[in-house]
Structure formats: C-alpha cells, structure tokens
Design a protein. Structure first.
Length: 321
C-alpha cells in the first residue's frame, strides 16, 4: 500500500486521477521510484485511504487549487504501473530499455520543469523592473535649480543598467538550455549528465539572481514598492520558484555531493599543485567527513560554496561550447 503525504499539488483538491511516484517493491525487494496512475475519486467519492485538505489561503497563487493529499495504506492494482520502460511479470521485474532506469524518464519532467521555473522567474523580474522603471521615469524629484526623474539618480540608474545586462545574459543561457533539452525530448533520449547539471544550475542561479535583483529594487524605489497593484505584492512568486521542481538548497546539496564523489574517485591522491579552488574545497570537505559524517551539516557554508563553484563552472563550460 501507499503511505505518504504531499502538499502543494495544483488542482489536487478537485482531481479524480493522479500520478503517484512510489517505491516499487517485489517480494520486499525495492526497485526504486516508479510512477503509478491511480484514482483519487471513484464515482465522485474519495477513494478509501485518501484524504484531501485545502491548503488554505496563500500569499500568492490563490488561483491554483492547491491541496494537501495524504495516502494511508492505499492499495493500487498492478495495472496502474506506468510500464513504458519497466513492468512486472510473474513477480519478476523487467526493465524494457537496458541502461535506462524507469525513474530517469520520470525525471525528464523535472528537467523541463526546472527550465520553465527559471524562465518564469526571469519573466516576473523583467515585468516588475519594466513597470517600476516606467514609474521612476515619470516621477520628478527635487534637485537644486530643477527637477530630475527618479530613474536618473545613480543608485537606480546603476541598478537598471545591471539588471538589463543580467537579464540578457540569462535569456541567452536559458534559450540554449531549452533548445538542447528540447532536442533530447523530441528524440526520446536522456539528457547528458552535463546537461542535467546545467539545468539544475540554471534553476538555482537564475531564481536566486531574480530574488536578489527584485529585493534590491524594492529597497531602492521608495514607497512605490509598498503600493498594491505595482507587482511587488506578488514577489512571493519568486519564493515559489525557489522550492518548485526541486528546492534550490536541496539541489545545491546534490551538486556538492556529486562533485565530492568525483573527487573521491578520480582526484583523491593526485598532485595538489594542479588543484583549483573547487578541488581544494572538495579535499577539505572529504577530510572533515572522513572523521565525522556530521561535519557535512556543520560546514554547510562550505558545501554551498562548493555547489556555487560547480554551478559557475558548469554554466561557463556550457556557454563556451
């Protein structure tokens, strides 16, 4: 049976059907996450063991009918397994495509979602900056002997210039990421490990930069940022982007762990003279967790720094191709 709870599913409060990702077990042996297509309701009635609760009012996104959905020992038939890439026959697990675990194909949806989230954050940022600049261009401020527009004051003028450069850079980057991922999806091929890492970096870096830029704008433009209808009241949308399609902090943890594994397999014991900052940080974290695995959490700043170095290098290498 399925036992789990999840909060934040769009249309979850009204849906009749659901795709659930759950651990597939055969004779108590785990075969990892697989997708199951099953009922939330039958004949209008909620299935036994399923509980649906409205999330309540949120700061943004109230047009989405989000819900908390819980499963208490819900039994689903064998036929509910989405079996394009794997199936169960005579109590035996059959992987239909060699070297292609079923969850890797499920994960494809996360990849496209992460690109979409980064694009959505950038679109929100561009819209808010454009609306704010229109206001500050027209707002005249006192100045000796004459007035001048708020946009001309150095703190805002610089912020607008930097924002334009940053958004253009990210638009070019995301367009290239989307194109490469689209080619993989259309040809039904798995993205390369390099593209997967680039997509994760795109989601984290673009969203974080948007959060930072919007925060700066909010604190530089004056009372306009407090007014309803300016767009600033919707800035929690960027918080949604931060945790949607894989929380950014969790993604950074994975990026750092993956990089440390590469160091441990290929670089441990190599000449330190050729180590860059990324490799030196791997070495430091390796030594710490060898003594005590809990040092990973205690040194979370170094872990985040390692992830940031990896992401910056990943983007640089991707854009240089």
């Amino acid at each position: 049976g399925i036992n789990a709870e999840y909060m934040g599913i769009s249309q979850g409060f009204v849906a009749d059907k659901v795709v659930v990702v759950a651990d597939l077990k055969i004779k108590n042996k785990s075969f990892g996450p697989h997708a199951f297509f099953t009922d939330l309701r039958r004949n209008g009635e909620v299935v036994k063991g399923v509980k649906l609760v409205d999330m309540g009012r949120k700061t943004v996104g109230n047009d989405l009918d989000n819900a908390r959905i819980s499963f208490d020992n819900v039994v689903v038939p064998k036929s509910s397994l989405l079996n394009r890439f794997a199936e169960v026959s005579d109590d035996k697990y059959i992987q239909k495509v060699d070297g292609l675990p079923a969850f890797h194909m499920i994960g494809q949806r996360l990849f496209s979602g992460r690109v979409a989230v980064a694009q959505a954050a950038l679109t929100f940022r561009k819209s808010l900056f454009a609306r704010t600049k229109k206001h500050s261009d027209s707002k005249q401020c006192w100045f000796p002997k004459h007035t001048r527009p708020l946009s001309s004051f150095p703190h805002l003028a610089h912020l607008y210039q930097e924002d334009e450069k940053s958004t253009q850079k990210f638009e070019t980057f995301l367009a290239k990421v989307e194109n490469e991922l689209s080619n993989c999806l259309k040809s039904k091929k798995l993205p390369s490990p390099q593209l997967v890492e680039t997509i994760a970096a795109a989601k984290v870096l673009v969203v974080e930069d948007c959060i930072s830029a919007v925060h700066q704008l909010q604190n530089e433009v004056g009372s306009f940022a407090l007014m309803h209808g300016t767009g600033f009241e919707q800035r929690d949308f960027l918080t949604c982007c931060k945790f949607a399609e894989g929380d950014s902090r969790i993604l950074m943890q994975k990026i750092a762990r993956d990089r440390l594994r590469v160091f441990q397999k290929k670089q441990l014991g190599s000449s330190k003279d050729k180590w860059d900052e990324e490799t030196k940080l791997c070495s430091k974290l390796h030594e710490l967790i060898e003594k005590d695995p809990l040092e990973w959490d205690k040194n979370w700043r170094e872990v985040d720094e390692l992830a940031s170095l990896v992401m910056d290098r990943t983007v640089k290498e991707f854009m240089s191709k």
